[in-house]
Design a protein around this ligand. Structure first.
Ligand SMILES: Cc1cc2nc3c(=O)[nH]c(=O)nc-3n(C[C@H](O)[C@H](O)[C@H](O)COP(=O)(O)OP(=O)(O)OC[C@H]3O[C@@H](n4cnc5c(N)ncnc54)[C@H](O)[C@@H]3O)c2cc1C
Length: 455
């Protein structure tokens, strides 16, 4: 069996590795010069490789840790105690202990107690399905009270969703709080973040090597132009104008990009995928010659600032692994069609830096070695209230064509751990389907959309 995997991000490469371990001959096609996708690297003029976007691994990311062990790279994992803070009315408040939490000024005693109980309550909820139809604002106001909602939750949600979050279910905050709990590691339950030396690249490259060792191929700078669909079945992929035949074709990119590659798929399937929306991101990376705050993350509760947070990854990545530099990311999530995606790099640089100067009067522009603006239109799938039926299934409406993508990850947040776990589940679906097709070579053509959507 020969399978083409479209996309060499964490999803595509994990899937390729797991399928090749089970005897499938895999070819991964990646459009860019590097593997890793959103978790891929940037190379500075001096040759230093840094993460294009900020990435942390948590000590509870057990699937990733097992993968690292299996691939012989577990000795490259590092974890460090870190700090998190909130920027509120012109200053940073550390939020790393109960005492600090109890001192946080915008809230009275009762509010603080209710906020603490909200976090504990959310982390105890096991049946998240009960929250799918519950509006996030309603849920948080009910649990935390109006003042805490206005001072803490609303600004955080507004920043994350670039304004509108009216149809967001409570599962979103639930998933965040559950993941937040797992950043607390060690006996003293202090905040911890981790990384692999060399970034997710190290993991992705190790898996790519195993794919090749098993007889597969990884093609870089190889954008797939089209999936060849004939008689309701995927026959292969078109690359550089040439058709490469495959028994199975698996797209791992975001659905709007996948759709461009499948003009031959039924219209109803396109209509179904068209309902999926994504948040984008504008995320400048500042490469500094000195630390900025020493905090891993500073959350903004003040929407006058254009960025959602200040994320200093060298609070947990040893600077010696990134050329001795200090890395600070200033992300802003963007709603579909946001004008921010069209601002020039220079405009973003000027706006972002002048705001940073207002936040931190000691910040000196001369410490900025590089200011690199990175943008992405499709980063995080948006899940609305009661919208599970809109999640696309792995088996598509076209026979032998599969879609394994972050939009299928719900209610978990889309991080490396969730992506790799999803790739493992999807590998089973693909293998089962291939086994059925091998047993019944003349299986019925394209499954009806309704059946597929119910998958
Ligand atoms: C700002 C930001 C911060 C994040 N922070 C964290 C974090 O702290 N921890 C964490 O674990 N995760 C984090 N993530 C999430 C993580 O990066 C993603 O969940 C993960 O990288 C998604 O991987 P993917 O393979 O599904 O998608 P992608 O990485 O988007 O991969 C899709 C790939 O498909 C390729 N492609 C597209 N079109 C074609 C084509 N026609 N032919 C061939 N290839 C094609 C693309 O080039 C890309 O490489 C963060 C993401 C962002 C954006």
């Amino acid at each position: 069996m020969k399978a083409a995997i479209l996309g060499g991000g964490i999803m595509g490469v994990t899937l390729g590795y797991l399928l090749s371990r089970r005897g499938v001959t895999v070819e991964v096609f990646e459009a860019s010069p590097n593997l890793g996708g959103l978790a891929g690297p940037l190379t500075l003029d001096d040759g230093t490789e840094v993460d294009r976007y900020y990435h942390a691994i948590l000590s509870s990311d057990s699937f990733l840790r097992e993968l690292c062990t299996e691939l012989g790279i577990a000795d490259r994992l590092r974890f460090r105690q870190t700090r998190m803070g909130f920027f509120y009315q012109g200053r940073v408040y550390s939020m790393n202990s109960t005492l600090e939490f109890l001192r946080f000024p915008p809230l009275g005693w009762i509010d603080r107690l209710r906020l603490g109980l909200t976090v504990v309550y959310a982390q105890m909820v096991r049946d998240w399905t009960s929250l799918e139809g519950v509006d996030v604002e309603k849920w948080l106001v009910q649990l935390s009270g109006r003042r805490t909602y206005e001072n803490i939750w609303r600004p955080l949600l507004k920043a994350k969703f670039d304004g509108g979050f009216e149809r967001t279910p409570a599962t979103y905050i639930w998933a965040r709080l559950v993941r937040m709990k797992s950043t607390r590691g060690g006996a003293n339950q202090k905040e911890e973040a981790g990384y692999i030396i060399g970034g997710y690249q190290t993991l992705v490259k190790a898996m790519a090597e195993r794919i090749e060792a098993a007889g597969g191929t990884v093609h870089l700078r190889c954008p797939v132009q089209e999936v060849a669909i004939d008689g309701g079945r995927a026959r292969g992929v078109r690359v550089n104008g040439e058709l490469h035949p495959f028994d199975a074709v698996i797209g791992t990119m975001q659905t709007p990009i996948f759709q461009r590659l499948i003009p031959g798929a039924p219209k109803q399937y396109h209509d179904f995928l068209n309902q999926r929306r994504y948040l984008g991101i504008v995320s400048p990376l500042m490469i500094l010659d000195r630390p900025l705050t020493g905090y891993w993350t500073i959350n903004m509760t003040d929407d006058r600032f254009p960025f959602t947070g200040v994320i200093e990854t060298t609070a947990y990545i040893d600077p010696k692994h990134v050329g001795g530099y200090h890395l600070v990311y200033l992300p802003k999530y963007t709603a579909p069609g946001s004008p921010l995606l069209t601002l020039s790099d220079e405009e973003i640089r000027e706006t972002w830096l002048s705001n940073l100067e207002q936040m931190f009067p000691d910040f000196d522009r001369r410490s900025v070695r590089y200011f690199l603006v990175n943008r992405e239109r499709f980063v995080e799938p948006i899940h609305e209230l009661n919208s599970r039926h809109l999640i696309p299934p792995v088996k598509t409406a076209v026979e032998a064509l599969y879609l394994v993508t972050t939009a299928q990850i719900y209610p978990d947040l889309t991080n490396g751990e969730a992506v790799a776990r999803h790739a493992a589940r999807a590998a089973e679906t693909v293998l089962e389907s291939l086994a059925v097709r091998r047993a019944v070579p003349e299986a019925a053509p394209a499954t009806a959309i309704a059946d597929v959507a119910a998958d």
